[in-house]
Design a protein around this ligand. Structure first.
Ligand SMILES: Cc1cc2nc3c(=O)[nH]c(=O)nc-3n(C[C@H](O)[C@H](O)[C@H](O)COP(=O)(O)O)c2cc1C
Length: 331
């Protein structure tokens, strides 16, 4: 029997990745995902270099399994202090995922440190560029995803087949996945692994405020909305009176200095870590309607794997019926 390429590259039991998450992608969660057989990641967004290092140390202390880090190349940071932290812990960090801006100059740099490099993409062109620049894996993120999305706003159903057709490196699907059926669907489209964000927030090890986690459990299919389009960004967040206020303000086409205080990272921090959704917003993807409980991250992975296994048989049966091998016309 062969080996799943994503599992092989990341040295994990299951090709299930915890996506980098601003403020809430902490070391304890990364370690829990890795201990559960997936691939956890510590995110830099929302952290100082010292805070980032602290979370890496926590992950190292809690797992001897491979884990990674996530850096969005968005042009807002001075990256060097974060890069120095990655360099310092390069023997513990197995892979890095690069998101947002142009990752090409950084791919050889991190590969030179001996890390595997994953690149988040939201279009065919960017996937091709990532492969050409030496990426090991492309993570194809659809518009369903929580957090900041690609401005192309392409959904996973359109994106995965088109990307997997043109790259030879493995494709991981991200956005809207929270169940075993979702993983099977992603694989049917051409993905060899999945990345989840929102589902891993509703876990006991995630440092998100309990109010955030409970709101995710209560949320439904239509509970998310996109904000920040007026400033050229696409951020999927949970609907709330505060978010409605931001959307109203954006409709009035405000000057950036008028809008910015309402959409700064601090607003996200306040809601995500302090549970203050009256004065800030929380990111969430469309998968939120499938989240029914706050459980350990390892259990999330077990449930997904179990559901995939259980669903296999009924899927085969459904496919047989669909393809109608007997050729009968049944009206
Ligand atoms: C709260 C939150 C914060 C996120 N922050 C980042 C980030 O800092 N860097 C990044 O590459 N992706 C970020 N993402 C995207 C995730 O890594 C992941 O690709 C996405 O959540 C997948 O979609 P899902 O939420 O539907 O599972 C974030 C997502 C969420 C929900």
């Amino acid at each position: 029997m062969g080996v799943n390429r994503v599992s092989e590259i990341l040295q994990v039991q299951f090709p299930i990745i915890e996506g980098g998450m601003a403020y809430v992608g902490n070391g304890e969660l990364a370690a829990a995902v890795s201990n559960g057989g997936g691939f956890g990641q510590v995110a830099i967004s929302g952290r100082t270099p010292e805070g980032f290092e602290e979370q890496i140390k926590i992950a190292i202390s809690l797992t001897d399994k491979p884990f990674g880090v996530n850096i969005p190349i968005s042009g807002y940071f001075t990256y060097n202090p974060y890069f120095d932290v990655v360099q310092k812990y390069k023997n513990h960090i197995h892979a890095i995922s690069l998101a947002s801006g142009d990752p090409r100059p950084y791919i050889p740099y991190f590969k030179g440190m001996g890390l595997k490099v994953m690149v988040l993409v939201g279009s065919v062109k960017h996937a091709i560029n990532a492969e050409k620049a030496g990426a090991d894996i492309v993570i194809c993120e659809g518009f369903e995803a929580g957090g900041r999305n690609s401005p192309y706003e392409l959904t996973l159903f359109g994106l995965v087949p088109q990307i997997s057709k043109v790259v030879t490196i493995p494709v991981v699907a991200a956005g809207g996945i929270a169940t075993g059926r979702g993983v099977i669907a992603a694989m049917a489209l051409g993905a060899e692994g999945v990345q989840m964000g929102t589902r891993f927030i509703a876990t006991t090890e995630c440092q998100a405020h309990d109010h955030y986690k409970n709101l995710l459990v209560d949320a439904k299919d239509d509970s998310t909305v996109v904000v920040e389009r007026s400033v050229g960004r696409v951020s999927r967040v949970l609907k709330s009176p505060y978010v409605n206020k931001v959307i109203e303000l954006e409709r009035k086409n405000p000057a950036p200095e008028e809008l910015y205080p309402f959409i700064s990272g601090q607003r996200n921090r306040l809601a995500a870590l302090e549970g203050n959704v009256e004065e800030g917003w929380i990111h969430a993807g469309q998968s939120v309607g499938m989240i029914t409980s706050v459980i350990p991250a390892a259990e999330v992975i077990q449930q997904i794997v179990q559901e995939m296994d259980e669903y296999r048989e009924s899927l085969n049966h459904a496919l047989d019926l669909f393809l109608n091998p007997s050729g009968e016309v049944r009206i």
